[in-house]
Structure formats: structure tokens, C-alpha cells
Ligand binder design. Structure first.
Ligand SMILES: [Zn+2]
Length: 285
């Protein structure tokens, strides 16, 4: 949901690095078999990129992304990803990918801290892409778990891919303030801009649902509201509702310039636009 620059390593580059010390993982024969599959793995990477370019990742078939000459039972992803990348010669590539997001912020939810790399197309079904950097997305543990082995089956159900999709040029995250008795809370939703087609809109809703963003953002915003309530009461007492509104607008502008469509900036923008709130209905907890 939040864009990242594309990795500088290609599919072949990463694969050959990851198998370069295969001998130490076991047998010499294994290295020979993996080396023989290099061209096929590169071609799988090209197919992946081609489909990414035409936004047809959902049409890719698992049978075309096996590593030739290796039986399924041989668990090739353990050789390649676990022994070749995580704990092997490809570790530098892994470290470069996982450290790409600014301040370690998860690009899938925009909130959690990156702890792992998520295989956008799952390695169990697409082993030929298991060390392809374009298929390895930094993620927080919650997003990694939420996505699990689920992968794009239709255009509409393709989650956003931080290297391939950039939707931050427009406002798409909205919230509303809900006043109930003496409490105030925020409710978040996807608000598709007019330029989005139905596929992009459906993907945003799907992404929001899969990663539980409505609940996550509401929890964060409502906690934050508790933290700033005392400050807002002070501003209201000192300068009235205009002072409160100006403070919230400043907060929104500052936060949204750093993070367009971030929950924090959207919270401030929404509160600044709510007259009842600015007049002092800050809730009691
Ligand atoms: Zn996340």
C-alpha cells in the first residue's frame, strides 16, 4: 500500500548468489542440479515481471514456476531461501531488502515494524521465485501472518505490491468521527478517488480487509485521541474552537506531507473538519 523503490538485484543475480555455496549445504550434486536450473529460474523471473507490468499477476500458474530437475518432495525452497538466502551467501541481499523501508515501517499496513520478508507469490506454489527480490516484500509479522499463503487469484483480489503499485499520489483513506453519548471514536474506510477504475477500487478494499487495516487504524487513532485530549482541552480554554481547529490542521498538514494517507494525518484532518469535535466534544475516554 506504501511504495518502495524496486530492488536493484535481479532474479538471476540473486539466484546464482544463493546457490553459490550449495556444496556446503550438502552434496556437490545438488549444486550442479540447481546450477542447471539457472536459465529456467531467470525465465520465471521474466514472466513474473511481464505479468507485473501488465497487472496480470493473478493469471500466473504455479506449474510454470517450479524449479526444473528438482522433485517437490526435495523442498527446494529450504535449500534456496533458508540455506541460500536467510542463512547463506544471499544474506546481504536479504538484509538490503528488509532494511529498505524508511524507519522500518511496514509498507503493507503503513504502521507495523518490518520483521520479515513476505513472498508476494508464495514460495510453496512459486518456488522458482523464492529468492527473486521482486517477489520479496518487507513486512511486519502481523501482515506476513495475515497474508499467509493467500495469493492473487483474480485481478480484484490482488493485494497491493509496494514495488509495483503506487497509489499515494491521491487521497484514498478517509475517516469519520462518531460521537456516541460521551465518547468519540474514528471509523476508517477506503474512499476511492474518481480516477480509480473498479479493479483498483476492489484491490484497495481487498487489501484493507486482508490486513485488517480498518481495525488497526481505528485502534491507533482512538488511542492517540486519548493522548491529546488534555492538550486540546487546554487549547480550547485558551483560544476557543478556532485554536483547536488550527492546531489539528497544522498536525494534518505536517503528518500528511510525511506520510500521505497515513492514519495519523487522516485522523487530524478528519478531526479538524468535525465542528462538534472542535467545539469541545473530545469525549471522555
Ligand atoms: Zn504490516
Amino acid at each position: 500500500m506504501w511504495p518502495l523503490p524496486q530492488p536493484r538485484h535481479g532474479a538471476r543475480d540473486s539466484y546464482t548468489t544463493c546457490i553459490s555455496r550449495t556444496k556446503e549445504m550438502g552434496e556437490e550434486k545438488r549444486r550442479t542440479r540447481l546450477t542447471e536450473a539457472t536459465d529456467a529460474v531467470e525465465e520465471a523471473g521474466q514472466q513474473f515481471r511481464q505479468a507485473a507490468g501488465t497487472k496480470t499477476l493473478h493469471t500466473l500458474k504455479s506449474e510454470n514456476f517450479q524449479v526444473p530437475g528438482i522433485e517437490k518432495k526435495e523442498k527446494v525452497t529450504t535449500w534456496l531461501y533458508d540455506y541460500g538466502m536467510l542463512d547463506g551467501p544471499g544474506r546481504d541481499i536479504y538484509d538490503e531488502l528488509i532494511s529498505a523501508p524508511k524507519h522500518g515501517r511496514c509498507p503493507l499496513c503503513g504502521h507495523g515494524t518490518v520483521r520479515t520478508l513476505d513472498h508476494f507469490l508464495p514460495k510453496a506454489h512459486f518456488p522458482a521465485l523464492c529468492v527473486d527480490p521482486l517477489n520479496l516484500v518487507p513486512a511486519c509479522s502481523d501482515c506476513n501472518k495475515a497474508k499467509s499463503d493467500d495469493h492473487a487469484v483474480t485481478a480484484e483480489k490482488t493485494p497491493f505490491h509496494p514495488y509495483l503499485d503506487d497509489i499515494d499520489g491521491e487521497k484514498w483513506l478517509a475517516a469519520k468521527v462518531i460521537h456516541e453519548d460521551d465518547s468519540v471514536r474514528l471509523h476508517f474506510r477506503v474512499s476511492p478517488p474518481p480516477s480509480w477504475d473498479h479493479v483498483l477500487t476492489a484491490r484497495a478494499h481487498h487489501h484493507f480487509r486482508v490486513f485488517g487495516l480498518r481495525t488497526m487504524y481505528a485502534q491507533q487513532a482512538n488511542r492517540h485521541l486519548g493522548e491529546i485530549r488534555g492538550h486540546l482541552q487546554g487549547l480550547l480554554a485558551a483560544g476557543g474552537e478556532e485554536t483547536v481547529r488550527a492546531h489539528l490542521r497544522d498536525g494534518a498538514a505536517s503528518s500528511l506531507s510525511d506520510r500521505p494517507n497515513g492514519w495519523h494525518g487522516v485522523t487530524y484532518r478528519t478531526l479538524a473538519g468535525d465542528e462538534t469535535f472542535c467545539r469541545g466534544a473530545f469525549g471522555s475516554g
